[in-house]
Design a protein around this ligand. Structure first.
Ligand code: ATP
Length: 359
């Protein structure tokens, strides 16, 4: 993505949400959401279907009324401001391009509405189409372009007005897996160059980890955790976040002294991070790629390989422990079915409850 002039007229804003609640009839879709998005940040709302991501994004845009709470841009309350007065760029899942307008006309639309002079429109549209590498198809119609190109056109249309805030609602979900990966990198690079504040909604955890400065993981209308991708992945605050972001193992047991003792009585003397009082711990979490397969005496757990899936860059084995619990372990090498193996556990995080999917 090339020589677009990235000097911007408007400065990126901060977005502060305090005690935000949104109601649809009986349903409380958002429950007391507190979040601050910093100027220039690429901030992602991540969570399972129905957790309230889109509702929060639409509330920031002004399409939903708040039942409670406030939203501020750079400290200024925007609760009473109509969507068209919030100066926001919006990229939708379905592109929302006009089929009867050319790509140039689609991208120019927002500038025309703002009564920008014709020669400046031509210059700015050409610059932004260059940025998303669509300069050569400016005179074509959306129906003549691929899905990925249409989404880039939608992105160009959103940023050409030079918004201090860009909202993106699952912009890649209609594209195939490989294109999603290429395009999300392109979006990230473009947003970093433009330096605007962007709030991005996705339910795809890998996408969120790849593109975000920070992520808010949402669950049932609430924010479960806010952090950098590494904080969210490596130090989840709850079993819900550990389970939703990436693959997770949960071993039932309790903390005794400085050790974790499994349900079947195996004592694991490993560094323990606790998300609650030691006496309340009911399970411990470890990622599959952190477990080491070892057959020597230092192995802390033993189990039988029950199944293996091949993912190209790694194998994922399902290993049954004594007592029936299963662990997922990732390795670069194949393990034979039925093999009894030792496993070295380097560390554990203790939680008071199993995630809903395993309880
Ligand atoms: P998805 O990833 O499936 O789009 P989401 O996290 O974006 O999910 P929302 O679309 O924000 O979830 O929906 C949150 C809850 O609010 C859901 O239970 C949904 O059915 C409900 N909801 C959303 N919009 C409306 C509406 N206009 N009227 C009634 N209920 C709504």
């Amino acid at each position: 993505m090339t020589n677009f002039d990235t000097r911007r007229a408007s400065e990126p804003v901060s977005v502060e949400m305090s005690s935000v609640a949104v109601r649809f009839g009986e349903l409380l879709a958002l429950k007391s959401v507190d979040l601050t998005v910093r100027p220039g940040e690429l901030f992602t709302l991540l969570g399972p279907s129905g957790c309230g991501k889109t509702t929060l994004l639409r509330s920031i845009a002004g399409f939903n009324c708040l039942a409670e709470g406030h939203i501020r841009f750079n400290g200024r309350n925007v609760d009473q401001l109509q969507p068209w007065n919030r100066n926001i760029g919006f990229v939708f899942q379905n592109y929302a391009l006009w089929p009867t307008k050319t790509i140039f006309e689609n991208v120019a639309y927002g500038l025309r509405m703002r009564k920008v002079p014709r020669d400046e429109i031509v210059r700015r549209v050409a610059g932004v189409l260059d940025l998303v590498e669509l300069g050569e198809v400016a005179s074509q119609y959306p129906g003549q372009l691929s899905g990925g190109m249409q989404q880039r056109a939608a992105l160009a249309r959103a940023v050409v007005i030079d918004p201090p805030l860009l909202l993106l609602d699952e912009p890649l979900s209609n594209l195939d897996a490989k294109l999603r990966v290429t395009l999300r990198r392109g979006i990230r690079e473009m947003l970093v160059r433009l330096g605007l504040t962007a709030i991005y909604v996705t339910h795809d955890q890998e996408e969120a980890l790849d593109i975000s400065d920070r992520i808010a993981v949402m669950n049932r209308g609430r924010v479960a955790q806010v952090g950098t991708p590494r904080e969210i992945y490596d130090q989840p605050d709850s079993s819900f976040v550990a389970d939703f972001v990436g693959k997770a193992n949960f071993i039932e047991g309790r903390v005794v002294g400085k050790s974790f003792v499994t349900r079947t009585g195996t004592r694991l003397d490993v560094p323990l991070r606790l998300a609650c009082e030691a006496s309340n711990v009911r399970c411990a979490f470890i990622r599959p790629e952190d477990i080491e397969i070892r057959s020597d005496a230092r192995s802390q757990l033993r189990g039988t390989v029950e199944g293996t899936s091949y993912f190209g860059s790694f194998f994922q084995h399902r290993i049954a422990l004594e007592g029936g619990q299963k662990l997922f372990v990732q390795t670069r090498t194949h393990l034979d079915l039925g093999r009894v193996t030792g496993m070295q556990i380097p560390h554990l995080t203790g939680y008071p409850e199993l995630p809903p999917s395993q309880d």
